[in-house]
Design a protein around this ligand. Sequence first.
Ligand SMILES: NC(=O)c1ccc[n+]([C@@H]2O[C@H](COP(=O)([O-])OP(=O)(O)OC[C@H]3O[C@@H](n4cnc5c(N)ncnc54)[C@H](O)[C@@H]3O)[C@@H](O)[C@H]2O)c1
Length: 538
Amino acid sequence: MSAMEPTSGVSQEEKNKLCANGAATKVQVHLEGADSAKLGEVGETEDGKKITFQTGPPQSAPAGRRYKRRSRSLSQSSTDSNTSGSYSSYSEDEDEVSPRQKEQKNSKGSSDFCVKNIKKAAFGRREIQIAEQEMPGLMLLRSKVASEKPLKGAKIIGCTHITAQAAVLIETLSALGASIRWSACNIYSTQNEVAAALAEAGFPVFAWRGETEEDFWWCIEKCILADGWQPNMILDDGGDATHRMLKKCPETFKLVKGIVEESVTGVHRLYQLSKSGKLSIPAMNVNDSVTKVKFDNLYCCRESILDALKRTTDTMFGGKQVVVCGYGEVGKGCCAALKGLGSIVSVTEIDPICALQAAMDGFRVVRLEEVLKNVDILITCTGNKNVVQRHHLDRLKNACIVCNMGHSNTEIDVESLRTPELVWERVRHQVDHVIWPDGKRILLLAEGRLVNLSCSTVPSFVVSITACTQGLALIELFNAPQGRYKQDVYLLPKKLDEYVATLHLPSFDAHLTELSDDQAGYLGLNKTGPFKPNYYRY
Ligand SMILES: NC(=O)c1ccc[n+]([C@@H]2O[C@H](COP(=O)([O-])OP(=O)(O)OC[C@H]3O[C@@H](n4cnc5c(N)ncnc54)[C@H](O)[C@@H]3O)[C@@H](O)[C@H]2O)c1
């Protein structure tokens, strides 16, 4: 999400204030040797103990069915979260018995978990090992700070997508000394085999793909209300664990040292709590970290839009007419990718600055009405609602592919297509043909939900970056001396943002240039950073 994203509900002024708050912290990171990611202190514990990153190499890493309306009423984030989710097909273990009805034990005899099928653990472990290979920054962080155990004593409730990449984060937090209990933030995104592998490894995980609403909250409560285990940190994606804990155990909530939140929705909810005076503990907004915004929104979407379109439709991109609504970070990524493969891309924008950027990047800036009759692919990436309405959809040409990359499923008014004269045919998993009485059909992907998260996988490398920001935010909040963070929402200190990037440079054999003393003095910078002011836009 960019600083401009309207859905955050936070003014730029407030964000600047938050930046300033984040900058006021005394976190120190030393980059000793600009090209080797050798790192020094990142924080200090309450008793003044410094946390240092050790140098050295990383450890080896170990057709044809009619549409049925869904009637569940779930928290928005449980179905719409746009961070780090992952798609895998529904081919495995389709048995209908609820995991809550099954008695399962892992090989050590523990039953403190609830997953679809513990027998899939070996398959899940292989998935985790594959993810580790493509998450070099997170593995490097693990190897550098494992001996310091900066999370020793941390009892973390996690509520995130449960994917192979999330498992690498969970196992990293554990290696850094934390004890964890984990549930899913989204009822559709759990990789069952990965949840099984985590349960087999002894982690109390409560999640499976296709949870009901009741299951969803039950799983969260299994983490919050565990016998003899009192959480003191929350890692949330969407705000559901935070809000459930606040509601169910307000006294325990007060004892939590900090919340780390990564989603747009969850951050928005945190700012609302803060404004209403109900946020009694510090929280870190990692969603707006530079490394998260640039990599999750721009680079990740640049790759995953193509993957999602290809997997669902087998379409050829060369020569196709595409319209992308919104030229923010996500829109820029989508446009760049499609242009690169020879599509003829037009952009719609409401903001003259972004519109001018699109024009200067070589895209025609149009109103949607002007291109509807000719476009082969329509993609929304605005974070806004009702950008594509029924009157637009009525005018699209036959076989147009329609999909959404924005965070909620209201960018395209899909509900307006649920009228008696239109026939819905499910032609593939996540692909519907919506057919007009005259025979015209459009291909609607993922019923208007985020197409890349619903229909493709997210690159592990991008998740590695986000996971590092989450891990470092947890370390920072858990070890911060009393008074450094108040009952407010903070951004990750810039030093840590830079450190996240540094952790990922060795995998490209990228060599940073080191400032000379003279140059540092000239620019008024510390030689070890931060290298940019908080308002710098990258
Ligand atoms: N799919 C993913 O993996 C993924 C990843 C990150 C973010 N997101 C989501 O994608 C959305 C966009 O994110 P972003 O970082 O690009 O945000 P952004 O704020 O940088 O860009 C959104 C752009 O849409 C424009 N816009 C708003 N309403 C419009 C309208 N009616 N017509 C045309 N343009 C309009 C805005 O002016 C802005 O430039 C958000 O909802 C975000 O949460 C998705």
